[in-house]
Write a protein that binds this ligand. Structure first.
Ligand code: NAG
Ligand code: NAG
Ligand code: NAG
Length: 376
């Protein structure tokens, strides 16, 4: 379930340097303008409020894929037609099969003659590297490096995804490859991308969010933006300075990583235990989650995170999600990060993004938060 795509922050082959000419402060970087600078809008399709997938195409003629967009990793890969395991060929829902990439059916494919392996939390994804023509968000990118996965963990059978599009820093890219965002940045109005997400409940693949490359969706995001600085140019990480909900409160700086790839929020052990206690959630072994009655979806306390000097609220309706179990039980979309074991204490994604547009600023190494305007 939440096991999704969060890349382990250890175990990367961290050889690639951040090669975009971006400065930490000062004027916006000067790119060679090979084409007119612009913005691009990528619709995100919501499935069960747990997955927000972008549609991209690869090859000539175009082959279509629904990929998870993930700020914690930096590589782009899709399932390959030569993946023998059923993990690559499951049903997404109803009669829709996963999409797999067939290099023999494309005239723009280039074989990189190299293998890749990416360590995710649960197990590795591996296969072969290649280059292709990529179309997304109104942009055409030629010779885009990508992975053709032939080994994926079992968890993918249950997930409606055909691959992952990493929007993290190039520091985590496979050595010798250029991430999608590196190819895209020089063409954008400004070196940022921003995201908003809405909540649609039990629907499948319903337009319910967007990523804007090169700007911000002014209809959906308030003009007032508060920024949290990143520690460095390697992860979309910031600090949570405190947390409170109900009668529980804890003050203290803890690291957080921002993820667009997960409907689940990772929480430090102590806070998580308190939340389970306050909500009286019960553990459901089959679904590997703490459950609460769906009838209470709006009645649990607001979770308030202190970030960059301002309080940010995650409402009950944004952290209790309906997994479509039809037994009156909904999931508390949090998990314990076991931060004692050295994991990133907070892994904050969709639950917060549904309340606040996030602006990922490569130019000034910061993440901006602006109120989401639901009916904008
Ligand atoms: C891949 O595409 C080629 C060329 O169109 C086709 O002959 C082949 O059957 C396809 N492979 C699979 C496994 O579908
Ligand atoms: C960069 O910052 C993150 C926290 O956001 C930290 O976990 C990581 O170790 C830092 N990396 C380097 C190379 O300093
Ligand atoms: C659980 O909640 C009760 C109040 O509902 C509180 O008295 C108790 O201290 C809490 N226990 C823990 C471990 O947080």
């Amino acid at each position: 379930m939440r096991l999704a795509f969060l890349a382990a922050l250890v175990g990367f082959v961290c050889t690639a340097q951040f090669s975009i000419p971006i400065k930490k402060s000062g004027a916006a970087p000067k790119f060679r303008k090979s084409q007119q600078l612009k913005k691009g809008n990528q619709v995100l399709y919501d499935t069960l409020d747990e997955y927000y997938l972008a549609t991209v195409t690869l090859g000539t003629p175009a082959q279509t894929f629904n990929v998870a967009v993930d700020t914690t990793s930096s590589n782009f890969w899709v399932l390959d037609v030569n993946c023998a395991s059923r993990n690559c060929h499951g049903f997404v829902h109803d009669n829709t099969l996963k999409h797999t990439y067939n290099s023999s059916a494309s005239s723009t494919f280039r074989d990189s003659k190299k293998d890749f392996e990416i360590e995710y939390h649960e197990s590795p994804v591996s296969g072969k590297l290649g280059q292709e023509k990529l179309n997304m968000a109104g942009f055409t990118i030629s010779n885009q490096d990508f992975g053709r996965a032939v080994n994926v963990p079992y968890v993918y059978t249950k997930q409606p995804v055909d691959g992952v599009l990493g929007l993290g820093f190039p520091a985590h890219a496979i050595s010798g490859t250029k991430p999608v965002i590196v190819k895209l940045l020089p063409h954008l109005d400004s070196p940022v991308f921003s995201i908003w997400l809405d909540k649609h409940g039990e629907d499948y693949m319903d337009a319910g969010g967007a990523i804007v490359y090169g700007g911000v969706d002014k209809q959906k995001c308030d003009g007032e933006v508060n920024y949290a600085s990143l520690a460095n140019f390697t992860v979309w990480g910031y600090y949570v300075d405190g947390v409170s909900f109900g009668i529980y409160e804890r003050v203290g700086k803890q690291q957080a990583i921002s993820t667009t790839g997960s409907g689940w929020t990772g929480m430090p052990s102590r806070d998580f235990t308190a939340l389970v206690n306050i909500t009286k959630a019960t553990y459901d072994l089959a679904n590997e989650a703490f459950m609460v009655p769906c009838s209470n979806i709006k009645s649990y306390p607001d979770i308030i995170l202190l970030i960059a000097g301002k309080p940010y609220t995650i409402k009950s309706e944004n952290y209790v999600i309906d997994l479509g179990l039809h037994n009156g039980q909904c999931a508390l979309a949090f998990y314990d990060t076991n931060d004692e074991s050295g994991e990133m204490p907070w892994v904050i994604g969709d639950a917060l993004i549904r309340g606040y547009c996030h602006i990922y600023d490569f130019g000034l190494a910061r993440i901006g938060f602006a109120k989401f305007i639901r009916n904008g």
